[in-house]
Ligand binder design. Structure first.
Ligand SMILES: Nc1ncnc2c1ncn2[C@@H]1O[C@H](COP(=O)(O)OP(=O)(O)OP(=O)(O)O)[C@@H](O)[C@H]1O
Length: 275
């Protein structure tokens, strides 16, 4: 049996809070194969972003292991981690705040290329042009600054920046939440086509079960830092085993919640519907 590309075992993350610690992630284990997508869902504050931050080693796990392509990065020193960092990248929720407003798209996308040691400006420019084209923006966009783009376009630039270091794992933390539904569908379609092309593995953090239904192969449901349910997207969303998942699903099927889960008999790709 082939080993999963990412295996998280018994992950615990405590935050220091006044007077002690707060356990934000409590003994969570999951894995994802290369080229596949796992979605992490749950109510606000359940620990989704903390899992994402632990995978990126933006927070240091209290205990447990995070094995990425055979290497446990959970307690690795920053010095050892540095050369591996290009392997895992993150796309953030806020396409407005996550790009430096003073930089051009060229500078934003080319920055990781510089860090990779691509010295020639012409080479960096050519690589940035290729990336911007890959995310479906015209090459002339490279001269513009973030304020000149729409939210969806900014998120494409954020994706191009993340892809610049040729990551094997991309963690998307609510990457489409700030976008309206049709732009969300375009970005999801883009992420899917990049995955088909490159075999990249995704961890998709989302509170939106409609998005999860579109993008993921497996789903992990979290509540108060703990794993509640883990299974294929089809089984978790259509025949959930746990009451909490059923509750989330009911809320998502309620049109007033705007979380967009479509009932089984009308399940059809949001992306296709918007083509
Ligand atoms: N730096 C921190 N220090 C202390 N507590 C924190 C810190 N960051 C997060 N928390 C707490 O940890 C818990 C999990 O937070 P986290 O951001 O991971 O949740 P989430 O599921 O991503 O929420 P949301 O969907 O609202 O972004 C929350 O109770 C939060 O208040």
């Amino acid at each position: 049996m082939t080993k999963p590309f990412l295996a998280v075992d018994n992950l615990v993350v405590d935050y220091h809070v006044p007077g002690g610690t707060f356990r934000a992630v409590d003994d969570v284990s999951f894995s994802v194969d290369k080229g596949k997508t796992i979605a992490v869902v749950g109510e606000s504050g359940c620990g989704k972003s903390t899992v994402a931050k632990a995978l990126m080693r933006l927070v240091t796990p209290t205990s447990g292991s995070i094995t990425l392509d055979g290497t446990d990065i959970a307690s690795m020193s920053e010095a050892k981690l540095r050369p591996l960092r290009s392997k895992f990248q993150m796309v953030f929720q806020d396409p407005y705040g996550s790009l430096d407003p003073h930089m051009t798209a060229q500078e934003i996308v080319a920055e990781p290329l510089k860090l990779q040691g691509i010295r020639s400006k012409a080479e960096r420019h050519a690589a940035a042009a290729k990336l911007i084209d890959q995310v479906g923006l015209p090459v002339r966009s490279l001269e513009k600054r973030p304020s000149e783009f729409s939210g969806g376009q900014r998120q494409r630039i954020g994706i191009a920046r993340a892809l610049a270091s040729k990551p094997e794992l991309l963690v998307c933390d609510e990457a489409t939440s700030a976008l309206d539904v049709s732009v969300q569908a375009q970005v999801l379609r883009l992420l899917k086509s990049i995955q088909d092309e490159t075999g990249i593995t995704y961890v998709f953090i989302s509170h939106n079960l409609g998005v999860v239904q579109e993008i993921s192969d497996t789903v992990m449901v979290m509540q108060k830092g703990k794993l509640v349910e883990l299974g294929t997207t089809e089984s978790v969303l259509t025949t959930p085993k746990e009451d909490y998942t059923r509750k989330l699903r009911r809320a998502a099927l309620d049109p007033s919640t705007m979380t967009g889960l479509k009932p089984r008999h009308v399940v059809r790709s949001l992306a296709l519907a918007n083509q």
